[in-house]
Design a protein around this ligand. Structure first.
Ligand code: NAI
Length: 447
C-alpha cells in the first residue's frame, strides 16, 4: 500500500519506517526543511535505538523516502497519516490543534481519489469530526474517510512497540476505511497483535484514558513512597508485592521524581480540560496532575535536605537529564524543574547525560556540562541521579566518591543498593526508603 506520513518526528518517523519495513511504500513529509534534508542524507534527527538502521535499510529498498512537499506524497497515497505535534496550548491546558488543522487543510488540497486520512496524533474527542469538516469544506466533492488510530509506542523502545504492540486501536466510522486499515496493519497479525476496531470518538478517548491511567499509577506509587519514607517501609518491595497481583500488574510502579516527557503532562491536562468542557469533573486526573507537579519541587527539597539544609554556593552533580533513558527527548523532563528549583536555592549545577545534552542546552541555563559521570562528580557536594540510564548502573563507586567534595548521593530512581552505597561511605538518600547515612554510621531512625 502507499502511505503518506505527515509529520516526521518521534511518532511519524518511527511509524513511517516501520510501515515501510512491513513492505508498504511510505513517504514521510515534514515542514521542517532541515529535518528532511538531514533524513535524505541519512542523518536521523532524533535518538531512538535501531532507527538509523531501519531507515537506511528501507530507503535502500526504495520503500521509504522524505519530502517537504505534500504533493509528492498525498495524491497517490491510499492512507495519509497525521502525526504532527499536539502540544499544550499556552494558558489553558487544552491540546493545541493548530498543526493538525494545518495538516488537514494541506491534505485536502493535495488528495486525489479515495483517501483514508488517519489521525495518529493524540487529540481530544471530536478532532476527527473537525478534520473531516475542514476537508469537506475545502473539497466538497472529495471521496475520503477520517480515522482515529492513536499511537501507544514508547520512546526508547519505539520500534519494538510499533512492531509488536499490545494492541492497535482503530476508530473508523465506515466499513471502507476499516478495510484499508485492516490491510495496512495485516503484517502485525504475524506478531499476534490484536487490532481493536471502535468508532472514532472511542478511539480518541482510549488514548487519553490510557495515558491518564498510567500517569495515575506512577503518581499513586509516588505517594506510597512518601509514606514509606515516614513509616520505615520500602516502596520497591511494596511495589513488587502489589505488582504480583495480576489485577494490578508490575509495570509503572517505580517510584521516582514524577512523570514527565512529551505525552503524560500534556495529555493528562488536555483530558481534564476537555472533560470540563463537557461538564465532567475528572477529580482523579486533576489530583494526579497537581500531585505530580508538586513532586518536582519536593525532589529539589529532598536534595537540599540531603545537603544539610542548604545548597547555597554548593555544586550539585546531576546524572541524567532526559525524561527517561534511551531517548534524547527533554520535553517536560523532571530534570528541568528540579534543576531550576536547585538553582533558585543557590546551587551550581554540573550535569551529564549520555545523549540528551544537546537538547538540554535548549531548555536549561547556567548549567556546566561534563564529559562523563566521573567528570560530573568532580568537586560536587552532592550527586543526584535523575534519569536511570544503564550506563549509570554500574559506576565505580570508589572512583565516584574520590571525585566528590562530599559523599552525598540522592538516587531519585532507586538504582543503587543502599547497603553497597553505605559500604562505600556514601550518605545515600533514595525514594521511598530509609536513607543510609554513612556519616552517622547508621540508617536514619524512623517512626
Ligand atoms: P514531534 O514534535 O517529534 O514531531 C512532529 C513533527 O511534525 C515535527 O517534525 C514538525 O515539524 C512536523 N509538522 C508540524 N506541522 C506539520 C505540517 N503541517 N506538515 C508536515 N509536518 C508538520 O512530535 P511527536 O513526539 O512525534 O508527537 C506527535 C504526536 O504523537 C503528538 O500528538 C503526540 O502526543 C503523539 N504521541 C507521541 C508519542 C511520543 O512518544 N513522542 C507517543 C504516542 C503519541
Amino acid at each position: 500500500m502507499r502511505v503518506a506520513m505527515i509529520g516526521s518526528g518521534y511518532v511519524g518517523l518511527v511509524s513511517g519506517a516501520c510501515f515501510a519495513d512491513f513492505g508498504h511504500e511510505v513517504v514521510c513529509v515534514d515542514v521542517n526543511a532541515q529535518r528532511i534534508a538531514d533524513l535524505k542524507k541519512g542523518i536521523i534527527p532524533i535518538y531512538e535505538p535501531g532507527l538509523d538502521r531501519l531507515v537506511a535499510d528501507n530507503v535502500a529498498a526504495n520503500r521509504l523516502s522524505f519530502t517537504t512537499d505534500l504533493n509528492e506524497a498525498v495524491p497517490t497515497a491510499e492512507a495519509v497519516f497525521i502525526a504532527v505535534g499536539t502540544p499544550e496550548r499556552r494558558g489553558d491546558g487544552h491540546a493545541d490543534l493548530r498543526y493538525v488543522q494545518e495538516a488537514a487543510r494541506e491534505i485536502a488540497r493535495a488528495m486525489a481519489g479515495y483517501t483514508v486520512v488517519v489521525n495518529k496524533s493524540t487529540v481530544p474527542v471530536g478532532t476527527g469530526d473537525m478534520v473531516e469538516g475542514i476537508i469537506r469544506e475545502a473539497r466538497p466533492e472529495a471521496e475520503f474517510s477520517v480515522v482515529s488510530n492513536p499511537e501507544f509506542l514508547r520512546e526508547g523502545a519505539a520500534i519494538e512497540d510499533f512492531k509488536r504492540p499490545d494492541r492497535v486501536v482503530v476508530g473508523a466510522n465506515d466499513e471502507r476505511a476499516k478495510q484499508v486499515m485492516a490491510e495496512l496493519y495485516r503484517p502485525l497479525s504475524l506478531n499476534a497483535a490484536p487490532v481493536l476496531f471502535t468508532d472514532r470518538r472511542t478511539a480518541e478517548l482510549t488514548k487519553y484514558a490510557a495515558n491518564a491511567f498510567l500517569a495515575t499509577k506512577i503518581t499513586f506509587i509516588n505517594e506510597i513512597a512518601d509514606l514509606c519514607e515516614e513509616v520505615g517501609a520500602d516502596v520497591q518491595l511494596v511495589a513488587r508485592g502489589i505488582g504480583m497481583d495480576k489485577r494490578i500488574g508490575p509495570k509503572f510502579l517505580n517510584a521516582g521524581p514524577g512523570y514527565g516527557g512529551s505525552c503524560f503532562p500534556k495529555d493528562t491536562k488536555a483530558l481534564m480540560r476537555s472533560a470540563q468542557d463537557y461538564g465532567v469533573a475528572m477529580r482523579i486526573v486533576e489530583s494526579v496532575v497537581a500531585v505530580n507537579d508538586a513532586r518536582k519541587t519536593a525532589m529539589a527539597r529532598k536534595v537540599v535536605k540531603a545537603c544539610g539544609g542548604s545548597v547555597q554556593g554548593k555544586t550539585i552533580a546531576v546524572l541524567g537529564l532526559t525524561f527517561k533513558p534511551n531517548t534524547d527527548d527533554m520535553r517536560d523532563s523532571p530534570a528541568i524543574s528540579i534543576i531550576g528549583a536547585l538553582q533558585r536555592a543557590g546551587a551550581r549545577i554540573r550535569a551529564f547525560d549520555p545523549v540528551g545534552m544537546e537538547q538540554a542546552k535548549k531548555e536549561l541555563t547556567d548549567v556546566a556540562y561534563a564529559t562523563d559521570a566521573y567528570d560530573c562528580a568532580h568537586g560536587a557536594d552532592a550527586l543526584v541521579l535523575i534519569t536511570e540510564w544503564d550506563a549509570f548502573r554500574a559506576l565505580d563507586l570508589a572512583r565516584l566518591k574520590q571525585r566528590m567534595a562530599a559523599p552525598v548521593v540522592v538516587d531519585l530512581r532507586n538504582v543503587y543498593r543502599a547497603e553497597e552505597m553505605a559500604r562505600h561511605g556514601f550518605d545515600y538518600v533514595r525514594v521511598g526508603g530509609r536513607p543510609h547515612l554513612a556519616s552517622t554510621g547508621r540508617s536514619k531512625p524512623v517512626g
